[in-house]
Write a protein that binds this ligand. Structure first.
Ligand code: NAP
Length: 475
């Protein structure tokens, strides 16, 4: 913590007490600090305060809200280095990736500051001469969110920025492993002039309690969740009783396809970026690689050589490109999937070992087949299984053979194939000749069991607005 210049970012830290929560560094298991734990009563109280604050916020103009959000954006960028350091300390990703995430997270604040001004209603041609018909857009009210540890800032700003721009208040429970980034982002919003109780962070080790409370509370009108499909299902079930609006950004199982007409060097570059960013712990990570028979050996060799050059270590050290896995459970899952694949006939082309602590060697597996568990499950670790394919029709069937539908990628230089395959892939997002596709200007989200709703773009604002129809009669 000694290198953090702006200590106000860490004002959430508290003394160690019987109820406080320890935050640890996954690179060395050392305790970074302690944060308060909020019980059911404290969280209910904060929901009540957020409800009150929202009433006044909804009365401000989009322009006034944008002014505060632009200041918030600027403070996020001014503090990029400190925020990145805090993120690497609690999450483990390399510092360069953390800097990138701060900028990516901040981009949603800047984007939605402006997008909020475009929450247009409509005037609709009337079918009856004595009436005029129009719609207006209004904030849903109090929005609540539960977020994961893999993108500790972006997963919050992607929700908080559209919510605040729309005129909602926002209460979030960040993942227990990465609360410091959440508090730091909220502190900068406060410094930017955001009125009290509009961006509220609650922390507890009892995620189940918060989930139930958010879903059941009559004062919360909207739940936005990013995390596993399993927890998403639970939250949707719990929200049914109060008929809440939900947005769900859930798990993925992204295919990464290399056709025989692909630029192989470009595909290798995209594969490294897509698979090994954040040590393979992203929902849009390439999970399984399908490579055409004619280029399988060339791709596998070039890919394995590039993977062997990745540098594993503490994300704070220069040149490190792969940090630790988030916890022991993640390491065990990665090891289990590797063992199963090898037992079923996969061959280790590079890597293949768990290392001390929570580190795992980036690994490429060849001789993999479509039905292996490493292909069927979301790996969420640094293993790339490479499968051989021969024809496009059966390839599309395999690529779509999953309950998930978040991101997908393919490499081809045939323009007809580009359109044909992009349209045939049953996914919310398709990267063509590109391995990193997330941006604030495009709608991020999945189909099938990867979720409901979109984040970013104009669609991201819709998630926090209700459309009201007004009919003027007696004209
Ligand atoms: P997770 O276990 O679902 O946890 C995510 C969040 O949910 C955490 O804040 C967690 O709290 C909380 N949680 C856990 N059980 C809960 C319950 N019963 N009720 C209410 N909240 C509960 O997911 P994860 O392992 O942290 O994250 C990885 C998953 O997220 C992957 O499947 C990944 O694909 C997905 N993801 C999706 C997107 C997307 O945009 N589609 C983006 C990133 C990640 P605690 O921290 O206290 O456990």
């Amino acid at each position: 913590m000694d290198k953090i210049k702006n200590m106000s970012l860490l004002s959430c830290l508290c003394e160690k007490t019987a109820s406080s929560i320890a935050v640890t560094n996954p690179a060395n298991d050392q305790v970074i600090g302690f944060i308060p734990s909020h019980d059911n009563t404290a969280i209910q109280q904060r929901i009540g305060l957020a409800k009150e604050a929202q009433k006044a916020w909804a009365k401000t103009t989009a322009k006034q809200r944008a002014e505060i959000m632009h200041r918030w954006y600027q403070l996020l960028m001014d503090n990029q280095e400190d925020l990145a350091r805090i993120m690497t300390l609690e999450q483990g990703k390399p510092l360069a990736e953390s800097r990138g995430e701060v900028a990516y997270g901040a981009s949603f604040v800047q984007w939605f500051a402006e997008e909020g001004k475009r929450a247009y209603g409509e005037t609709v041609p009337t079918p009856l001469a004595d009436r005029r018909i129009m719609t207006i857009r209004q904030p849903v009210g109090v929005a609540a969110a539960i977020t994961p540890w893999n993108f500790p800032i972006a997963m919050i700003t992607r929700k908080a920025a559209p919510a605040l721009a729309a005129g909602c208040s926002f209460i979030v429970k960040p993942a227990i492993q990465t609360p410091l980034s959440a508090f730091a982002v909220a502190e900068l919003a406060r410094q930017a002039g955001l009125p009290e109780n509009l961006l509220v962070i609650v922390t507890t080790e009892d995620a189940v309690m918060v989930g139930e409370l958010f879903c059941q509370s009559p004062d919360i009108q909207k739940i936005s969740f990013t995390g596993s499909t399993n927890v998403g299902r639970i939250l949707m079930r719990q929200s049914a009783e109060s008929v809440k609006r939900v947005s769900m950004e859930l798990g993925g199982n992204a295919p990464f396809i290399v056709f025989d007409d692909a630029d192989i060097n470009l595909a290798v570059k995209g594969a490294i970026a897509s698979k090994f960013r954040n040590a393979g712990q992203t929902c849009v990570c390439a999970n399984r690689f399908y490579v055409h028979d004619a280029v399988y050996d060339e791709f596998s060799e070039k890919f394995s050589n590039a993977v062997a050059e990745l540098e594993i270590g503490n994300g704070l050290e220069a040149n490190v490109t792969i940090g630790p896995l988030i916890d022991e459970k993640a390491k065990e899952k990665t090891q289990r999937l590797l063992n199963d694949a090898v037992n079923e006939g996969a061959m280790v082309s590079t890597g293949g070992h768990a290392l001390d602590g929570q580190f795992f060697e980036p690994t490429v597996l060849t001789n993999v087949t479509h039905l292996m568990s490493i292909v069927q499950e979301e790996i969420f670790g640094p293993i790339a299984p490479v499968i051989r394919f021969n024809d496009e029709t059966s390839l599309i069937e395999m690529a779509n053979d999953t309950i998930y539908g978040l991101a997908s990628y393919f490499y081809s230089r045939d323009i007809n194939r580009v359109f044909r395959v992009a349209e045939a892939l049953d996914y919310g997002m398709v990267g063509v000749n590109e391995g990193i596709i997330s941006t604030e200007v495009a709608p991020f989200g999945g189909v099938k069991q990867s979720g409901i709703g979109r984040e970013g773009a104009s669609q991201g604002l819709d998630e926090y607005l209700n459309t009201k129809y007004i009919c003027l009669g007696g004209m």
